[in-house]
Design a protein around this ligand. Structure first.
Ligand SMILES: [Zn+2]
Length: 248
């Protein structure tokens, strides 16, 4: 079987039969790749202990008929501090679950992998209080990469200047002026602070997100609005995000 190398982030593992595992990966170029890791649930499998969610790995894959087959694994980063901490796991699971739902086999999206790694790296050492802002920054950036960049400085419907907008529409894709808010459907309130925070999160590097010092009530509001926005445009249910919104 011909083999090839692949650097990837492990998004998810699912059982296959008695001893095998299917690994869902985000490749470095943003494609989703699914591969079988054979025998990994038997004791002391080297491959099994290395392909864990949140790990960044260098794989040697053999091209299979339906699924690739993992031949070798080398760990680049385990992100162990995420796996061993409840709050960090809850935050990071939003990242891998989102990427699992939006990445597509054969579809290159070069920006998602660097964003995912930057997010997980910062989540590893972040103060627990900053995890929420990191989740929000990842979400708004990842949605923008998927083509859903929220319009925040002008009306998403009529494009008039709407710098004092206090309404948001997921369907329209951003804030609405008062005229449009009156006639559009599915409009929800958005305070000025939350609108500014969303814009700041969109523009900040992951390493600088904590320094934005977004107050908890504002972060909660941004989370609520982004949850509706993501739910409207992403067809799959984002269970980790729902969980995080309730418990994070
Ligand atoms: Zn308008």
């Amino acid at each position: 079987m011909p083999t090839y190398p692949l650097r990837a982030l492990v998004l998810r593992k699912t059982k296959l039969g008695e001893a095998d595992t299917i690994v869902t990966l985000l490749a470095e170029d943003g494609r989703q790749v699914r591969a079988v890791a054979k025998g990994v649930r038997r004791t002391r499998s080297k491959i099994g202990s290395r392909v864990e969610p949140y790990a960044v790995v260098d794989l040697l894959l053999a091209a299979g008929r339906n699924l690739e087959v993992v031949q070798e694994v080398q760990t680049i980063s385990t992100h162990e501090a995420i796996r061993s901490d409840y709050d960090r796991t809850a935050a990071a699971s939003v990242v891998v679950d989102f990427l699992d739902k939006v990445s597509v086999e054969g579809q290159v999206e070069p920006k998602t992998f660097p964003l995912a790694l930057a997010t997980l790296d910062v989540m590893e050492t972040a103060e627990p209080d900053d995890l929420r802002a990191l989740v929000l920054a990842f979400l708004v950036k990842a949605l923008a990469m998927q083509g859903y960049r929220p319009t925040l400085d002008s009306c998403a419907r009529c494009a008039c200047e709407a710098t004092d907008a206090t309404m948001f529409s997921a369907a329209a894709g951003g804030v609405l002026c008062s005229e449009c808010a009156r006639i559009a459907e599915g409009v929800m309130p958005l305070t000025c602070d939350a609108r500014l925070a969303m814009g700041a999160l969109l523009g900040a590097r992951m390493a600088d997100v904590a320094a934005l010092r977004i107050p908890r009530p504002v972060a909660d509001e941004v989370l609520r609005v982004l949850g509706v926005f993501a739910g409207y445009h992403i067809p799959a249910r984002l269970k980790a995000l729902e969980y995080f919104a309730r418990h994070g």
